[in-house]
Structure formats: C-alpha cells, structure tokens
Design a binder for this molecule. Structure first.
Ligand code: DGY
Length: 326
C-alpha cells in the first residue's frame, strides 16, 4: 500500500477517505514535526499533507523519493518551494475558497476584540475587579462610519470589506497590487498604501506573503499611521517587521493590535506579551469545525486524484503539470 504523511492530526472525514486507499501516518504529537522527523518520514511516501507552518524546501523534497503530491492543508502557499516541486514533477495543491468566510470572521473578531477591549474586560471581570457600572471603564473605539483600510483585496479581504460596509457602514479603502475583481468587493476604493496608512482608523492585513509583501509594514509605515489606529494581522507574520511593531507599541502609538500570525511561528517574539492592548491568537483564522472539515475533504480528494493520475482540483502548479487538462 502506498503511504501518506499527515504532519498534524486533521479532521476524521479526510483521514477516513485517505485510509481507504493508503497507509496513513499522522504525526502523533501535539506540535509541529521537526525538520528531522519530516525528512525521516517523507522518504517513502506518495503524498505529504503539510500544515502551512511546515517548511517544504529543496532539502525536504530531495529526501522524498516517491513523492507525487504536496497537498497543503491551508490556502497559503509560502511554505513550499513550488518551483522546485514543479521541477521534480510533484503536484502542489492548497485549499482555497472554503476558508474565506471563517478567516474573515476571525479578522472581525480581532477588530472587535481590539476596538472594545474585550480580552482586557474579560480578565478584569474574572479577577474580581468589577465593582459596578462605571462611565470611564474600558472605553473603546466605535467602528460605525469609521474608515477601514484593507491591505490585500483577495477573497478574504473582500469578505472583510462586505462585513465592514454592511455591518458597520464603514468607509472601506484598500491597497492591492492590482485593482481587485469588482464582483468581489462592494463600494470600495483602491488607494495608495501611504494614503491608506495615514487615514484609516482600522488597518487589517489580508495579503499573501511573497517577495513584495515581506516586511511591507515596517517602521516607516507604522510612523505614517494614526496614533489611535486598531491594527490587525490575519495574513502572515512576515508581512510585518516585528521589531518595528514592538517599537511602535512601546511608543504608545497604537490603540490596539490584534495578531493571529507571527514571524517564525510558533516561536513568536515574546516581547509581544508585554502589551495588554494586544490580542494574541494561535493562528486560528480558518479554525471553524465546518471549514476544517471541508479542508480535510479537499486535501484527501487532491491526494486521491493524483493517485488516480488525474489533475487535482486545487492544483497550484497546473500550468506546468496538467498540460493536457489546461
Ligand atoms: C491558511 O490556510 O493559509 C491559513 O493561514 C490557515 O488559517
């Protein structure tokens, strides 16, 4: 029986589908696999299902003698050396679409938590400090009619935009490399990055990580922001220069900051723990039961398609590897 390596436990529906066709090894630990473990286990597998935090680089790919598909459990694609995988004839797939709404909703959970100091208020209450209604207690920021600047207007950015417009009547502006598909967005305007940074009351990052977006938000960009901005990152940690973020927080400039992603996950910069106006989440953007089950279905189907010599539905390197089906 051919083998499949799953680097972290995924919902049962996907594993059941895979187990009908393959011998499946699931990382038994409640942590990411180390590079050594990955290299050892990948040697003789037909497929690997990595998480977006697993680096599948040239060294790992070279150790995989039978590998035909890398089926990322996630939409992000920055963790895999796609060019090298393609050169080796290995399919690379992801799970787009199904996590758009859950990730956008998480973005909104962070915006709300930051603007209304939800986490601080919860701690305050649990600590027995609630002595009765107080007019100046835990004052936050109102979102109605405020301006939200969305950096990266793909599917997730567009979904955040719709909620902003219809939920809070916000003035929605965005920055993207290109003008976004008009079908996806509502009543928004593409503006220059600097203008967005200078004028937004809420800034949210939803852009993919690539050479152009790495450290897109650094000291210069933080300096341009309003002093009481709510800053949220649900994209990738590397889009933000963490040192610059920490300096900005230390200067007291941001009203609040909400992070679901970090540079060098899971070893995020512990200096962030100093700030009680930061809400820190463990990369749970797509973490709803419905979405994670759909993602499990997709990765299993992608692997099974490759096994049956068909082009997987969500293949990223389609151009190069699915010539006949173009
Ligand atoms: C992804 O799929 O890329 C997300 O970051 C997971 O939440």
């Amino acid at each position: 029986m051919d083998k499949v390596l799953v680097t972290r436990d995924i919902p049962k529906n996907g594993l059941d589908m895979l187990k009908r066709e393959f011998e499946v090894y699931v990382n038994p630990y409640d942590r990411n696999m180390t590079k050594e473990e990955l290299i050892e286990k990948i040697e003789d597998v037909f497929a690997v299902i990595p998480m977006v935090s697993d680096k599948i680089d040239k060294e790992v790919i070279d150790r995989a003698k039978k590998l035909k598909i890398i089926a990322n459990y996630g939409v992000g694609i920055n963790n895999v050396d796609i060019e090298y995988a393609t050169k080796k004839g290995i399919f690379f797939t992801n799970t787009p679409g199904v996590l758009t709404q859950s990730t956008a909703e998480l973005g909104w959970a962070l915006i709300m938590a930051c603007a209304r100091r939800i986490v601080n208020s919860d701690s305050f209450t649990r600590e027995g400090k609630f002595t009765g209604f107080a007019p100046t207690l835990m004052l936050g920021k109102e979102l109605y009619n405020a301006r939200i600047g969305i950096i990266g207007m793909g599917r997730i950015g567009s979904s955040v935009a719709r909620m902003a417009r219809f939920g809070f009547n916000m003035d929605v502006v965005y920055y993207n490399r290109s003008i976004s598909d008009k079908e996806l967005i509502v009543d928004t305007g593409k503006i220059e990055l600097d203008e967005l940074l200078k004028t937004s009351d809420v800034i949210i990052l939803t852009t993919p990580l690539n050479n152009e977006s790495k450290h897109l938000i650094s000291k210069r960009e933080f300096d341009l922001m309003k002093s009481d901005v709510v800053f949220v990152n649900i994209a990738r940690g590397e889009v933000v220069d963490t040192d610059a973020l920490i300096d900005t927080l230390r200067s007291g400039k941001l009203f609040a900051c909400g992070l679901d992603v970090y540079e060098n996950e899971p070893d995020f910069d512990k200096r962030l723990l100093e700030f009680d106006n930061c809400v820190l989440l463990p990369h749970i953007g797509s973490a709803t039961i419905k979405t994670r089950e759909k993602m499990a279905d997709i990765v299993a189907n992608n692997v099974i398609s490759a096994y049956q010599n068909r082009c997987p539905e969500f293949v990223v390197n389609r151009e190069a590897l699915c010539a006949a089906e173009k």
